[in-house]
Design a protein. Structure first.
Length: 403
C-alpha cells in the first residue's frame, strides 16, 4: 500500500505532519478528517533502501515484539489509554526500525483504525496469529490481559528456541570438526602415504586400497561432491514446495527414529499453546483451529486439524474429530474431551501445555545427550579405521624385513 507524507491543520489552525499508508490521496484525506484534521499538503513517499528504509513493511525480531507487547500491556493495565501508550513506546524505542513500526501503528490508530487493523498493515512485524488474537482481545474489551497472554506465548517461543540452540551447539561443533578432520586426512594426509606405498612395491591390503581409492576420488573430484550436494539440496527444496512433497516430507519427519518423537512433541506443543491462547482471548473454536493449523509446523498434522475443523463445523466434538486421524496422543484427546465436558476447553489446553512445557525440553535434552557420545564414537571409528588402513602395509613391510 502506498505511503504518503502529509501536512494537515485542525479547525484552530494547528499544524501536524506525518506519514500514513492509504490506497490513494482521497482515502488519506478521509482518514485525517476522522481525527479532526484537514489535509493541506501531500506527497507520495519513495524511500531509498540506502536511507535505512524501503517500501516494504518493516520487520521486528521476536525479542523486539516481546518487549513491545510487554510494555504496551503494562501501560494499558496501568490505566494509560492506547494512543498515549503507543506514542510513548514509539518515542522510547532505541531501535529506529522498531520506532518506525510503532509510529506507523500509532498514526493508523490515530486516524481511526482499530489496533488490529493498524498492525495487520505490517504482517512482517506482526504475524497473522498475533493480530488475530489481539483483535479478539480488543473486541472483548480485554486487550491488556490478552497482551499479557501474547507476551507469555512469545516468551515461550524464545525459550524453546534458546534451549534447542543451547543443546545443539556442541554437537554441531563436534560434527563440523569431525567432517573437517576426515576431509584433511583424505585430501592431504593419505595422498602422502600413497607415494610411499608406491615406492615399496608391496601388495596392499583391501582396507588400504579402499581408503586410497576414496582419497584419490575426493582429491580430484571434490568439486563434483560439492556440486552433487548442492543439486540434492536444490532438488529437496524444489520437491518440498510441491503440495505432495511437503506432505510426504513432513510425514517422514514424524516417523524418523529419535527425531520423529521430538518433531511431533514440538508441533503438538505449538498447537496446544495456540489453542489455549486463542480460546482464552475470546476467539471462537473454528477460528482457533485455523490459527492452530497455521502454526503447527507440520503439513500432515495441519491437514488433520483442518479435517477436524470441518467435522466440528458439522456438529462433532473436537476430541472425537481429532481422534479420527490417529495423529494426536491419547493424553491430548483425553484432556480435550474433559475440557469439552466441563465447558472449560481453554483450561484443558493450558493443562496440556504444562505437560509439553516439561516434556519437550526434556526430550530435546535426552536426544542431544545421546547424540554427543554417538558422534564421538563414530568419529573414533572412522579416524581409527583410516589410521589402521595406513598402518597395515607398514606393519606388513616391517614383518617382511624382520623375517
Amino acid at each position: 500500500m502506498p505511503r504518503y507524507s502529509y501536512s494537515a491543520r485542525d479547525f484552530f489552525g494547528h499544524k501536524t505532519t506525518g506519514i500514513l499508508q492509504a490506497k490513494d490521496e482521497a482515502e488519506l484525506s478521509d482518514q485525517l478528517k476522522k481525527t479532526g484534521y484537514i489535509l493541506t499538503k501531500v506527497k507520495a513517499v519513495k524511500e531509498r533502501a540506502v536511507e535505512g528504509s524501503s517500501d516494504r513493511p518493516e520487520r521486528m525480531r521476536t525479542k523486539a515484539l516481546l518487549n513491545f507487547t510487554m510494555y504496551l500491556s503494562s501501560l494499558l493495565n496501568a490505566g494509560v489509554s492506547l494512543l498515549p501508550a503507543l506514542s510513548s513506546l514509539s518515542q522510547s524505542a532505541e531501535d529506529q526500525r522498531v520506532q518506525r513500526v510503532i509510529a506507523g501503528v500509532h498514526q493508523r490508530v490515530k486516524s481511526g483504525s482499530s489496533l488490529k487493523e493498524a498492525m495487520s498493515d505490517n504482517p512482517a512485524a506482526f504475524p497473522k496469529l498475533y493480530t488475530a488474537i489481539l483483535g479478539a482481545g480488543e473486541a472483548s474489551g480485554e486487550l491488556g490481559r490478552v497482551l499479557d497472554d501474547l507476551a507469555g506465548y512469545l516468551e515461550w517461543q524464545m525459550d524453546l528456541r534458546g534451549k534447542i540452540k543451547e543443546a545443539s551447539t556442541y554437537p554441531i561443533i563436534l560434527f563440523s570438526v569431525m567432517i573437517l578432520a576426515i576431509a584433511i586426512l583424505m585430501i592431504r594426509v593419505i595422498p602422502a602415504f600413497e607415494k610411499l606405498f608406491a615406492e615399496i612395491h608391496t601388495a596392499l591390503p583391501l582396507p588400504t586400497q579402499i581408503v586410497l581409492g576414496v582419497s584419490a576420488f575426493a582429491k580430484h573430484w571434490w568439486w563434483g561432491i560439492l556440486l552433487g550436494i548442492g543439486v540434492l539440496v536444490f532438488a529437496y527444496r524444489l520437491y518440498q514446495r510441491t503440495p505432495s512433497g511437503h506432505y510426504n516430507i513432513d510425514s517422514l519427519k514424524l516417523k524418523l527414529p529419535l527425531f520423529g518423537s521430538i518433531f511431533e512433541k514440538v508441533a503438538l506443543s505449538r498447537f496446544c499453546h495456540t489453542m489455549s491462547l486463542s480460546l482464552a482471548s475470546g476467539m471462537n473454536l473454528l477460528s482457533a483451529l485455523d490459527s492452530g493449523a497455521e502454526v503447527v509446523g507440520n503439513e500432515r498434522l495441519r491437514q488433520s486439524i483442518i479435517k477436524a475443523k470441518k467435522s466440528v463445523n458439522l456438529g462433532e466434538k473436537l476430541a472425537f474429530s481429532l481422534s479420527v486421524s490417529k495423529e494426536f496422543p491419547s493424553v491430548v484427546i483425553t484432556m480435550i474431551s474433559v475440557g469439552e465436558e466441563s465447558g472449560n476447553l481453554p483450561q484443558s489446553f493450558a493443562k496440556v501445555n504444562q505437560f509439553y512445557d516439561k516434556e519437550v525440553p526434556a526430550a530435546i535434552k535426552r536426544f542431544f545427550a545421546l547424540l554427543e557420545p554417538s558422534l564421538i564414537i563414530f568419529m573414533g571409528v572412522v579416524v581409527g579405521g583410516i589410521a589402521l588402513s595406513v598402518l597395515l602395509p607398514l606393519v606388513k613391510l616391517v614383518s617382511s624385513i624382520g623375517g
